[in-house]
Design a binder for this molecule. Sequence first.
Ligand code: PAF
Length: 293
Amino acid sequence: MKIIGTFAETRALATGAVGLVPTMGFLHEGHVSLMERARRVCDTLVASLYVNPTQFDERGDFDRYPRDLDRDAAIAAAAGVDILFAPDDDEMYPNHPVTAVSLPALTDRMEGAHRPGHFEGVATVVAKLLAGIQPQTAFFGRKDAQQLAVISSMAADLSFPVDIVGGSIVREHDGLALSSRNIFIENRDAACTLSSALMTAADAYERGVVDGAELESLVVETVKGADVEYVELADARTTERLVSLDRPAFLAIAARVGSVRLIDNVFFSGSPLAADRGTNLDAPSLLYGQGDA
Ligand code: PAF
């Protein structure tokens, strides 16, 4: 695996069908599952590693975001990545850019409403990665379900010749959705109530409950010890709030547990609609140490 800092060199080395897994590093099995999936269908697998300052709405969150290039390089190499694209700020944002990508219709709710400017930062940096690396396929986790909708629409609207693929959530053995920020969680029991609340709602859907407000209430009532910011049943493509679970959708939650802000969701897709609850690991994830091996 090569670690490369420029778009030009990455493009020069990436041949055949190029797959891209964009990340902000501090990799875990959620990223690895996307890399392994990409590896199976691509000739050259590029993973990007860049903690993008423009998508952080809180300076403190950006400053404390975990960073460890050696650890990430070892995990990416083991997952079959050919090129780890790790640019610096000058490569990503030369000359004080005046261009930004925004999708107000998809970002005025949920994460967009609670994190001003976040999705403009995400859409812009992903557009730059797609333009600069020119992959045929790019892979994103479904944990950031609204982000996946934003990126899919952005890529289609701007005519990027790329397939955007979403991968299922990977969870710790106790159900907590993997996130690089999990290492800061102090009250694990409270954090785990987010996923158990979503699973309670997925159980209810499987018993025939399709009313959006009822599913949302079930989640709100089941979460304990967390400050809930929102719970919403949203159309998977448009992110509009749904009255009834009658099309591809995700039931999303955002909550603060102590100083950590967590998001999670259960995705409903296919025909007939089925809940994608994600996959639980058997043992603690790479976030808790084995990545150093
Ligand atoms: O999901 C993430 O890690 C980031 O939002 C992404 C897509 C890499 C853009 O910085």
